[in-house]
Every structure is written in structure tokens, then in C-alpha cells.
Ligand binder design. Sequence first.
Ligand code: FMN
Length: 241
Amino acid sequence: MVDVLGINGSPRKYGSTFKSLRIALMAIEREGLDTELINLVDLDIKPCIGCLCDEQKACRYPCVIDDDMRELYDKILEAKGVIIATPIYWFAPSGLTKNFIDRLTALENMIFVEGRSWLEGKIGSVIAIGNDGGGLNVVSTVIGALNCMGFLIPPFAITYFEEQQDVLDNLELLVELANIGRNLALIIKKVAVKQWFDQSLREWVEEVRGEIEREATRIRENEKERLRIITRLIKGEQLVR
Ligand SMILES: Cc1cc2nc3c(=O)[nH]c(=O)nc-3n(C[C@H](O)[C@H](O)[C@H](O)COP(=O)(O)O)c2cc1C
């Protein structure tokens, strides 16, 4: 059983979303809780087919679609908290992330089946990473959905980034991300907190960001098929998938 699941909604497993999520998860581990990072791109998660729009009680656990979401439902049910980290795609969460959120309805809709959302009381936070704009729209939409599903949202539980810069070079962002992780962990541990935003995380963040860069580089080097395709695209070859 894992305390906190980190959901990476980017198809680039080594990208800015990964790096941002990783620092938040490391801040959680620093508080003594364990975490697991899930790459949605590795899973077969089909789009929601909207059963509840035909019959409210038809949408329930387990979802009628038999795919990798089945295993993920069980992980979510066991976890105490979930951080959703998504790249910003056209002012919205990525398609991978949106499919995942829609499929959470099978747990939330248990409120109509047996009187209680199965997500009620889980702790939720949201990270949106882009290089241009739309971050506020993404975090507002996703945190709103989580809250309506029953998630408890800590103070300083959302952040977004819209710069053409490596996230690991932006210390302010990293401190915010570390606070997202810390606050989620403190709520899970039911710690009485006097001050929620901890500026002293700055020094810790400076220590660990190199570690995350090395991790991202390792993951990137293992993405051999992806790198092969990107290299050929850069050379101007026409590829048909
Ligand atoms: C289809 C697509 C749409 C995008 N739309 C936006 C956008 O609306 N706003 C933005 O800030 N960045 C946008 N971007 C840029 C990505 O959000 C940015 O490169 C981000 O760092 C990708 O995350 P990753 O490094 O984890 O893959 C878009 C990228 C793609 C591929």
C-alpha cells in the first residue's frame, strides 16, 4: 500500500511535468510517507463512455471498461492522497490526464449507488506545467473536479508554470512544488501546522534538484523508441506510425 500516488499525465516521462511531480513526491518522502509515480502513458486507459448519462446508477466500481484503470482504481482506493501533474495542452489538461479524471467518476458516482463517494476524504493536489499560458484554467478545472469528487484540498495545493525555462532552474517554482508535497503529507499525518508555506524548503530544494535532473536524463536515455522517432523527425524524415 502506497500513501501517495503521483499521476504523471505527460507522454514525456522525463519532461518538465515529471520533474515537477518528482520534487513534490520527494518532499512527501521527506515527511516519512511513501509514494509511487504512475506514468499514464504506460497504461491502457480508455475514454469514459458516459454510462451515467443513460442511467445514473450504471456508473459504478468496477467500471464497465476492462482496462488498466481497474488496477489503478485499487491503488487509488488504498492511497491516502493523490497528486495530479499534467502538462498544459491547449489551455487544458493533456488528453491522458483528462481520460484519467473522467474515469475517476466510477469511484465518485458510488455516492449515487451506495450514498458515499469512494474518493471522499482523500487528499488531492494539482500541478500544471506549460511554456506559454493557460495554467490557471488547468489547475482550476482539475482541482474543482477533485473537490467535487470528495477530495480534501490542503492549503497551497495547486501550482502552475508557463515559462520557456527548465523547471529545475526556477527556484520559486520548486519551493512551491515542495510545499505542495509537504502540505499533503502533513494533512495525511494530521500534524497541527502553524505555518503552511515553508520558505526553509528552499535550501533542501537546491540540494535535491541535481538528483532529479540525473533521474530525468536516465529515463530519457531509456526511451529508445521515442528518441529514435524524434531524431528522425528532427532530420526531416517523413514517418508514418
Ligand atoms: C498539443 C500541445 C499543446 C500545448 N498547449 C500549450 C498551452 O496551451 N499552453 C502552454 O503553456 N503550453 C502548451 N504546450 C507546451 C507544453 O505544455 C510544454 O512543452 C510542457 O513543458 C510539456 O510538458 P512535459 O515536458 O512534461 O512533456 C503544448 C504542447 C503540446 C504538445
